[in-house]
Ligand binder design. Structure first.
Ligand code: ATP
Ligand code: MG
Length: 178
């Protein structure tokens, strides 16, 4: 029998095909999935270039593109807090009730397990390519980044001039070093 509701968290900077695969796989195990967009308040840095709202848009469009039933997931932006010991309560305050967490992050696993919520590590798909770090690196170097992310996310990145943003942020960060 499927578990009622699970939680999966990712920063999704940007949403890539690995995120879509893990969401599709997890939906085989749970009736409903809460997808938390981590570090939602962060944007305009090399490792977090996109705003929480832009990432909500990317994920909404991508799940529609992949025909994921919208009645089976909730997209919830999650801002960081500075206090790790209070973080599980913070996440629970912002999300529908859930009984299982899916995360590869060891601190996330530890915090939920201490909060008596089971946490499992989902398998990774084609991790050498399907990684946020790899997508951002390719955008910066004008390499083929489009094949690593859903077509609808390419459209969002173009709409918000994401390539120019990342390339400009890089120049700014280099000039700050000089
Ligand atoms: P970054 O390189 O920016 O950290 P990321 O690719 O690790 O990006 P995150 O946004 O950090 O992605 O999201 C992390 C979560 O997304 C992981 O805990 C994992 O559940 C899922 N995930 C990321 N990449 C993959 C992948 N290739 N296959 C399956 N799941 C993935
Ligand atoms: Mg990561």
């Amino acid at each position: 029998m499927k578990e009622k509701r699970g939680l999966l968290i990712g920063r999704m900077q940007p949403v890539h095909k690995g995120h879509i695969s893990v969401i599709q796989e997890t939906l085989k195990e749970v009736e409903e999935l809460i997808i938390g967009i981590g570090s939602a308040e962060k944007s305009h840095t090399q490792s977090n270039p996109f705003t929480g709202g832009e990432r909500v848009l990317m994920l909404t469009k991508a799940l529609r593109e992949y025909d994921v039933d919208p009645s089976r997931y909730y997209i919830i932006p999650l801002e960081d807090i500075s206090c790790n010991s209070l973080w599980v309560g913070h996440v629970k305050m912002l999300t529908p009730p859930f009984c299982k967490v899916y995360s590869g992050n060891s601190l996330v696993q530890q915090l939920f397990e201490e909060g008596e919520i089971p946490c499992i590590q989902p398998s990774l798909f084609n991790r050498t390519e399907y990684s946020g770090t790899e997508v951002r690196k390719r955008i910066l170097n004008d390499d083929d980044w489009q094949s690593l992310i859903p077509e609808s996310v390419v459209k969002v990145i173009n709409e918000i001039k994401g390539v120019q943003r990342i390339q400009k942020l890089n120049k700014k960060e280099i000039s700050e070093l000089i």
